[in-house]
Ligand binder design. Structure first.
Ligand SMILES: NC(=O)c1ccc[n+]([C@@H]2O[C@H](COP(=O)([O-])OP(=O)(O)OC[C@H]3O[C@@H](n4cnc5c(N)ncnc54)[C@H](OP(=O)(O)O)[C@@H]3O)[C@@H](O)[C@H]2O)c1
Length: 252
């Protein structure tokens, strides 16, 4: 039986993936709302010093804790979060770079599944169960042919079987001109999709348009915060159309 004692209590948030495009917007938005925010950074993160300064400027406590189960459990126990957000994920490019550098595996299995499930176990060991908010993806499926969507589906399955109250968010593209890392293919796909979907929406296919059009990191962060605080969103999956800001328009 899932329960959600975090509803209606002051928000203490743990954000994994706090240096990411969506993660840093989430940290900023939570801080703006007066939450106590623990922004997790791996100590070997590229640009650790720069991100530490930036996240502190938002008002967050920076947690430079290694991805090691006991260290993570101890840090979560100290922070006692009411909400745990999992927004981390690798890319094929990053996995290839890690392999070429002889670094530990950094593919979808190791990062998207392995580290997210480590966080889930650490959260499940807390005396008070936090809401676990997982940023998944449209199309996540444990039996998907593609490794990325399969990894997302595997994490979703574990979450549904866990004793923690969870919220899964399944956005389409997360894209915008403010993404610091250049991802031209992703950006062009998002723009093309938004263009085609705009036409479909005008022709009446609004549900399809709202499901597939891209999310901005800022809008998505606001949606995640709204869902995390909503008792009715415990143990549910929010599809892409529920993750847009009210009245938000496709990215340009
Ligand atoms: N982009 C999209 O269109 C899209 C669509 C649907 C779902 N998603 C999912 O949504 C999540 C957030 O997306 P995003 O685009 O905002 O992410 P992002 O900017 O790529 O950020 C990824 C985060 O994961 C961390 N990370 C990456 N490799 C790691 C490793 N080997 N060990 C530990 N941490 C690692 C990064 O930390 P460092 O800074 O330390 O590397 C960063 O905080 C991801 O899980 C992504 O798969 C993305």
């Amino acid at each position: 039986m899932h329960s959600d004692p975090s509803a209606n209590t002051p928000v203490i948030a743990w954000v994994a993936g706090a240096t990411g495009y969506t993660g840093h917007e989430l940290v900023r938005a939570l801080c703006e709302r007066g939450a106590t925010v623990h922004a997790h950074i791996r100590p070997d993160s590229p640009r650790l010093a720069e991100w530490t300064e930036r996240l502190r400027a938002y008002g967050a406590h920076v947690e430079a804790v290694p991805w090691a189960e006991e260290a993570l459990k101890a840090a979560l126990l100290r922070a006692a979060p009411t909400q745990v957000y999992a927004l981390l994920g690798t890319t094929q490019k990053r996995a290839r770079a890690a392999a070429a550098a002889g670094a530990p595996p950094a593919d979808y299995t190791a990062v998207d599944v392995g580290l997210t499930l480590m966080l889930l176990r650490a959260a499940a060991a807390l005396p008070e169960a936090p809401r676990f908010v997982y940023l998944s993806s449209l199309g996540a499926d444990p039996h998907a042919r593609g490794a990325y969507l399969r990894a997302r589906g595997q994490v979703e399955q574990q979450l549904r079987d866990s004793p923690l109250p969870y919220t899964i968010a399944r956005p389409s593209f997360i894209s915008g001109p403010d993404r610091p890392e250049s991802r031209p293919a992703e950006r062009i796909s998002a723009l093309l999709a938004d263009g085609v979907l705009g036409v479909l929406g005008a022709l009446g296919a609004r549900t399809l348009r709202d499901r597939l059009r891209s999310n901005s990191a800022r809008g998505l962060a606001r949606a995640l915060i709204r869902l995390a605080a909503d008792p009715a969103a415990a143990n549910t999956i929010a599809q892409a159309e529920a993750l847009h800001e009210q009245g938000a328009r496709p990215s340009t």
